[in-house]
Ligand binder design. Sequence first.
Ligand code: CA
Length: 656
Amino acid sequence: MNVLDTAAVKDLKSLYSSREFEEKYTYDKSDLGALCTWDGTSFKVWSPLAEQVWLLLYKTGADAVPYRRLSMEQGVCGTWKYHTRQNLHGVYYQYELFMDQDRVITGDPYARACGINGEKSMVVELSKTDPDGWTQDEAPIRPPENIIYELHVKEFSWDPAGGFPEEYRGKYKAFTCEHTTLNNDGIHATGLDYLKDLGVTHIQIMPAFDYATVDETGGDDQFNWGYDPQNYNVPEGSYATDASDGSVRIREFKEMVQSLHKNGFRVIMDVVYNHTYSLDSPLQKTAPWYYYRSHSNGAAANGSACGNDIASERSMCSRYILESVLYWAREYHIDGFRFDLMGLLDTDLMNRIRQALDEMFGPGEKLVFGEPWSATATPMEKGSIPALKKNAKSLDPNVGMFCDDTRDTIKGHVFEGNEPGFVNGKAGLEEDILKCARAWCHTQVPVKAPSQIISYVSAHDNWTLWDKLSLTTDVSSGLSLEMAYRLAAGIYMTCQGSLFMLSGEEFGRTKDGLENSYNAPIQINRLDWTMAWENKDLVDFYRGLIALRKQLPGLQDKSSRAWLRFKEGFTRPMAAGYILDNRPLDDSQTEPSPWDLLFVVYNSGKKSRTFTLPQGHWEMLADSQNTFLWKNHETVETKSITAAPQSFVILGMTGK
Ligand code: CA
């Protein structure tokens, strides 16, 4: 079958959309793939249009010729199966399918392990891949706030100054190295100790399922973010110390999670279910055009701008994605999922994922959030609702969305290099800044509660915060870049919603003005551990804000009533502020806070602004210079407070 024949694609689309197909071929058991236990191995693949299927077995992932070719038996609902009493752990396999006079050979779309470069799947008895102590591995207790730190496996430890052992640099294994220091000086913490000091609660690992664009047989000079999925249920091989043995990447991924847990972090996985690296994928080869969207004229959909869109709304496809998420949560102990281009998936699927994780692990225990947008529109089947921002009302309140409104209000439009935002000199954003603070609840953005909002100003995409502000801050007019930077952080860290940051934001990370570094050299992308210590003042500033945020239940409140905590909002030209009820919720488990009310002022102007304080016993908590003032519990004696140019001030009123 020619995959580019649009007439054939149209026919397939109408076949798959028919009720008859749905009833005849929807397979609802969770045993697809190769399942291997001590008493045998079962193979099962869903391929409803196949006329014959063979199982090919290989001794290694690099063998060209199979040592066995076994006929598979037709099962129910379009499945094909083979069972043996032998334990085939470590054996590699492919399927050979005959369909409409075509013969294709493919890896298993449901593979749980694979060989080098993911071309051949591998049978794995998963318990054999567990590191010591894995069954006792547990995530740290749920933190008072989600402060998510986005990290790429290779970027984390590649810099030689990080002090990681040579053989682990850029690998999963680097996350198991404790007490690393700058150039091994034994003094300046890098790696896990550095992150612990910083205080972030969740480490979000950029794509680490098996992706296609780094050659696993190739050298260390390759780099890619990894948004090009090849095997959804297998870890990427280039981050393993040995990519050719399919067990090694699984064990080392687990060791990474185990070590992050042990060091106090929850682990979020960046998942890219919206498209695959190419249409020449195991999903396509086993069920042509079932898993992909097409237009009514038979052309492939391209809402991802990556050449194809996964048809999340089809029964077997939504099942595939849901089971994949549950698999990572169960087998790899993943604590949260960040969905790339979530707007290409449908709200029904996202809600089912939320519900299934809640049922399996407890309500809210796992985080679910994503990008509520797509590159362009996608032709979803009728009746399905894309998980876009405008459809937030159709999403579970505990499915989060990256808040582009907050991001762009604070620093300026993400794609426009010359457009500033509030902190870098744009006028007229004072009211919008107050909307950012209450996570856009009860505004033009259809948000149910702060639980749906991720407040942030930097991510792997687009310019780093430093580079964006460098492009847009008019220093010749007397504005300070560093003050704008600190103000940006001060604002989003005092917005409701979960907090998110690109790794290195806390030390002023730069990519030398490069807007899209997805395949740029690792030298540009690596975390620069020397810079982290050169900019210690800025890192300390972030540490203080993070530590303070963990003590502010009024900002942590994710409920639909959280917006009512804003007692008063006020604006001046280039300045805005609010008074917030900071008492903990009666039924919450949050720590009591010393401060019943917060008084927060942001001033992005070149003039100082003075504000009258409501009566009460006020303490200075933080400002643009010092974010640890809260430690002193010093009373503010004056009846008003002045915010210096390009500065913020946070005060707390005690119950005294
Ligand atoms: Ca790969």
